[in-house]
Write a protein that binds this ligand. Structure first.
Ligand code: BTN
Length: 254
């Protein structure tokens, strides 16, 4: 694969025309012991999945439906940082290939002009020895038209083509995503999360804003003050208390 600019990521690519979900395939492959950096790509997913048990529109040939298997030697509680790193890698790739300037909405939604063009779903295989595999699922809307989206998401979703008016190369995007993800993984392993956290913050639209965080049991409103080194959102409510938000749906005030 002469076009790939990576040492490890994407050196093995499992390419499938149609599957339920590349996450499922990646989980199976990870259990058979495939190497760090193996990527699963599909033209179409018939049951693509998003965070919080939502479904993910994955029309044939229109986007990047990819799951990457990573085997980092890090403690389980650091895994969420990888979601944030993956978001930065995807943002950089979109910038490089299209010239658009995407934003990140905590934890991992990538927005262009306020609409979602990419979602990231990180899943973990772990045991008493720690992380066996991190499965990073990336769903990137590349060449859809508004009609390609299901009605539920049509108002909140967009594609790179809808934003640029031009067809975008999925091949270039995949190459660039893998390149940046590899580079940032290396930085992360050598230097830790510090610089990557700064990069994430520089793209984030959430930090400094008044937000509403919907969680399974409660909804909190307040100012998103920042993220911790573990990627936990710090939310300050009107009573002055600081809350650590691990997982939620975020609504932002305009
Ligand atoms: C989200 O924003 O809720 C995350 C969406 C993740 C979608 C990707 S597409 C490739 C991989 N396979 C899946 O079934 N989901 C992820």
């Amino acid at each position: 694969q002469p076009l790939l600019k990576t040492q490890l990521l994407g050196k093995t690519i499992e390419y499938i025309a149609s599957t339920e979900s590349t996450q499922i395939i990646a989980h199976q492959l990870a259990q058979t012991g495939v190497s760090h950096g193996t990527a699963v790509l599909a033209e179409e997913q018939t049951a693509g999945r998003g965070r919080m048990a939502r479904k993910w529109d994955s029309a044939y040939g229109k986007g990047i439906w990819m799951s990457i298997i990573l085997r980092p030697d890090i403690p389980v509680q650091r895994a969420p940082q990888f979601t944030l790193i993956a978001a930065v890698a995807v943002v950089r790739a979109i910038e490089e290939v299209t010239g658009l300037r995407p934003d990140i909405k905590w934890p991992n939604d990538i927005l262009v002009n306020g609409k979602k063009c990419t979602g990231i779903l990180t899943e973990l295989q772990s045991d008493a020895d720690g992380i066996q595999a991190l499965i990073i699922g990336i769903g990137l809307n590349a060449n859809q038209e508004a009609d390609d989206f299901s009605e539920e998401v049509r108002n909140i979703a967009t594609s790179l083509k809808m934003e640029t008016g031009k067809h975008v190369s999925r091949q270039e995007l995949v190459r660039s995503i893998l390149f940046y993800l590899e580079q940032y993984t290396e930085i992360y392993i050598k230097e830790g999360f510090g610089v990557l956290k700064l990069m994430w913050e520089s793209y984030s639209t959430t930090i400094g804003k008044k937000v509403r965080a919907r969680m399974a049991r409660e909804t909190l409103e307040g100012i998103a003050e920042g993220i911790t080194d573990d990627g936990v959102l710090q939310l300050r409510t009107a009573d002055g208390k600081l809350h650590g938000i691990y997982s939620a749906d975020i609504e932002m005030e305009k």
